[in-house]
Design a protein around this ligand. Structure first.
Ligand SMILES: [Zn+2]
Length: 117
């Protein structure tokens, strides 16, 4: 009988927890950079609207850049084994069963994308 309860952290496994921690860390980095930027602009009598918009822009850039970097460092890439095929799948924050499923998908995908010279 299927359960209607929401999945808990223990159900989702350790990779999901690592992904959440990484997300919180990148948010904190973005917030620190945005706050620092806003603080520095405020000391130069920059109008509030410009200070806030600049601080949010810095926050977004630092947060998204750090997220991308964390994804590159923590993810796993599965490539097609067919010679000349450029198909690949990048996964991050998934459990072992999901990892295996993506590995099999990359090995047996329906059409091959051949790289042209
Ligand atoms: Zn392929």
């Amino acid at each position: 009988m299927p359960s209607n309860r929401s999945p808990t952290v223990s159900d989702l496994g350790e990779p999901h927890v690592k992904h959440k921690i990484s997300h919180v860390v990148t948010l904190a980095l973005g917030a620190a950079a945005g706050t620092s930027n806003g603080w520095q602009l405020a000391s130069y009598d920059v109008p509030l609207a410009l200070t806030v918009s600049s601080a949010f822009a810095v926050f977004a850039c630092v947060h998204l850049g750090a997220e991308h970097l964390a994804c590159l460092l923590s993810g796993t890439t599965y490539r097609c084994t067919e010679p000349g095929c450029a198909f690949r799948v990048r996964v991050t924050g998934v459990n072992a069963a999901e990892n295996r499923r993506w590995q099999e998908t990359a090995a047996a995908h329906p059409t091959h994308r051949l790289v042209r010279p």
